[in-house]
Design a protein around this ligand. Structure first.
Ligand SMILES: CC(C)(COP(=O)(O)OP(=O)(O)OC[C@H]1O[C@@H](n2cnc3c(N)ncnc32)[C@H](O)[C@@H]1OP(=O)(O)O)[C@@H](O)C(=O)NCCC(=O)NCCS
Length: 195
């Protein structure tokens, strides 16, 4: 089975993600055009202080080249089919999937919707063969980092990026050997290990 066939098979098995509760909806895998249109509509309500997509690459050829990498775009809908959030990421290297952006409208937060979609997405990425998942967050973004710490992510690094400001990098390991190696190198025995 080539990667495209594997992807289609896994998408059929993992999506749509059914969301529980009275406001139940779904998490859907969509293409870039559908994703952009839907996210542009709610972006300013999720990030009120930011312009939608403030950073645009200048070279269409490089954008085209980059778009060949495996990417996932997930829209979260409520029970009426209105888009209320998103997750998007792409292959960082052949072992690593980078979760680049996520967001939920304020009235849909702290209801474990993000947690449910994250955990299902992690299962899906492991099924595809990824060994690690990374993400980056502003150091003051408590909600995003707490959510990921609860799901077993660890802190991996920090960068100073002129586009996004200071960013803390987090990593999640599917591979037990890799987690053990991370703990061997960076673990501090006086603190209990995470999940
Ligand atoms: C990041 C985001 C998607 C997380 O969604 P959420 O609705 O808060 O997450 P959930 O309800 O699924 O919460 C997951 C866990 O984190 C906890 N949590 C969430 N926000 C928290 C906060 N501010 N302080 C403490 N705990 C928090 C929840 O209590 C929950 O814990 P539980 O599993 O024990 O119940 C959402 O906060 C958001 O859209 N933020 C604005 C956009 C953003 O910052 N995106 C990320 C950019 S990198």
């Amino acid at each position: 089975m080539n990667f495209q066939e594997k992807l289609e098979d896994a998408r059929r098995r993992f999506f749509p993600i059914r969301l529980p509760g009275k406001n139940s909806g779904a998490g859907l895998c969509v293409d870039e055009a559908t994703f952009r249109e839907a996210v542009t509509e709610i972006y300013a309500d999720v990030f009120p202080e930011r312009d939608a997509y403030p950073y645009n690459p200048k070279s269409p050829e490089l954008v085209q080249e980059y778009s060949g990498l495996h990417a996932e775009r997930i829209l979260i809908e409520n029970s009426e089919g209105k888009v209320v959030g998103w997750l998007k990421g792409r292959m960082e290297d052949p072992t690593t999937f980078y979760l680049g952006t996520s967001g939920l409208l304020p009235e849909y937060r702290v209801q474990r919707l993000a947690a449910l979609v994250y955990s299902r997405l992690l299962e899906y990425l492991e099924d595809l063969g990824y060994e690690r998942v990374t993400s980056q967050h502003h150091p003051h973004n408590r909600a995003a980092m707490i959510l990921q710490l609860k799901y077993g992510f660890a802190f991996e690094g920090m960068s100073l990026d002129e586009r996004w400001g200071p960013m803390v990098k987090m990593v999640y390991f599917f591979d037990g050997d890799r987690r053990a190696e991370f703990e061997r190198r960076f673990g501090f025995e006086q603190y209990p290990k995470g999940p």
